[in-house]
Design a protein around this ligand. Structure first.
Ligand code: ZN
Length: 389
């Protein structure tokens, strides 16, 4: 419906209608969006919950909602040019949306929670894993439609005020050619993103005369550099829109290499999200990571894992991880925390030496969330308690 609202606003020039839709989008993102971009925290009714109601184990995050979010954000991006819409498209595409499909492409999730306990089943239909089919088969056509149109989400042009600009919103290997700035423009983009942060852009056709190339620099890329036709290894200064912009009279053969910083990082939730308080998530570039039971050593139960706030991650690239395919896993120092019971209850007195939680050091391994549940039905979690948190 919101996609239609934006379409009507643009067609009729109704600025107030457009502003209202953008306002609802902003509220949704700020208070009701999972780290994966997933939307809809309640399975019953397939609805949004209250503000900050984002339980990782129960959240519904329907695959169709991810597709719809991308379609809405895309229209707002076209209407306003603001890169925050491209940011949410990327987060949703690589995480909530991509996780729906199994690695072999034969099964899918309707709901996409951020945690699965070993003895826990909340999803509709088969409670524990992706389905081959589901009687309410809304998601498969939503997936095929979006995947079949992904080429349209990568690039836009603007030609206002005599300043023609080509905007790259998403990074993927592609070639493009089309009318621009009174002539034709062509680009070839080569990259192994999101596994690697290097994006090489070659101009293959140029309309003649100066124009601007604008590259989206995601906020997580702390140290971004680029090689331009004039100089190499320059630190990128993004504008207030989060874009690196280069004006010049481009010629065929000119290249720009963007180096995005994919250093793994810990992410904290807003303190009002009660269900996530004291936890952190692991991210690398646009990918949200999760801990799956099958990867953990020394009998470490995923449900007992805790991360040190100063966790450092070792990146391990796999050409073909069994059942998963190409990936980059992350290893880190962690701990298994065994919780204490007092008087048979799952609580204990603060400061009581007689009943204290104990922890034991382990090495924990995380995989990209979108690749989870391809190796058995063990526990999984995105949000993990911080030691001392
Ligand atoms: Zn659906």
């Amino acid at each position: 419906m919101e996609a239609g609202v934006v379409d009507v606003a643009v067609e009729t020039g109704d600025a107030a209608l457009l502003a209202a839709s953008a306002h609802r989008w902003q509220d949704m993102v700020a208070t009701r969006t999972s780290l994966t971009g997933g939307l809809g925290s309640r399975q019953v009714g397939e609805v949004f919950g209250e503000r900050y109601e984002l339980p990782p184990d129960l959240s519904y995050n329907e695959t169709c909602a991810s597709a719809a979010s991308i379609q809405w954000s895309w229209r707002l991006l076209l209407a306003t040019g603001e890169s925050r819409y491209a940011e949410l498209i990327e987060r949703t595409l690589y995480n909530a949306f991509a996780a729906a499909r199994s690695a072999d492409g034969r099964t899918y999730y309707k709901g996409n929670p951020l945690q699965r306990r070993p003895d826990h089943a909340e999803a509709v239909g088969d409670p524990r894993c992706r389905d081959e089919w589901f009687f309410s088969a809304c998601c498969p056509p939503a997936v095929t439609r979006l995947v079949g149109s992904l080429e349209h989400y990568a690039v836009t042009t603007s030609e206002q005020a005599g300043a023609p600009t080509l905007h790259l919103h998403q990074y993927a290997p592609l070639t493009l050619s089309g009318p621009f700035a009174g002539g034709r423009v062509g680009l070839r983009i080569e990259t192994e993103y999101p596994w690697r942060g290097r994006v090489e852009i070659t101009v293959t056709e140029a309309p003649g005369g100066p124009w601007a190339l604008a590259l989206r620099v995601p906020p997580w890329s702390v140290r971004t550099r680029w090689d331009t036709p004039d100089e190499k290894g320059v630190e990128v200064t993004a504008d207030e829109q989060g874009r690196a912009v280069l004006h010049r009279a481009w010629r065929p053969g000119d290249t720009v290499v963007l180096h995005l910083d994919l250093t793994p990082r810990l992410t904290l939730p807003h303190p009002r999200i009660d269900a996530l308080r004291g936890c952190a998530a692991v991210e690398r570039g646009p990918l949200v990571y999760c801990f799956e039971q099958t990867d953990q050593e020394d009998g470490a139960a995923v449900d007992d894992l805790a991360l040190p706030p100063d966790a450092v991650f070792e990146e391990v690239a796999h050409d073909d991880l069994d059942g998963v395919g190409p990936t980059v896993t992350l290893r880190t120092r962690a701990a298994v925390v065994t919780g204490a019971h007092e008087a048979g209850l799952p609580y204990r007195t603060l400061g009581s030496a007689a009943a204290a939680d104990t922890d034991r050091p382990v090495t924990a391994t995380a995989v990209p969330y979108f690749q989870w549940d391809n190796r058995g039905d063990g526990a999984m979690r995105v949000w993990t308690p911080l030691l001392g948190g």
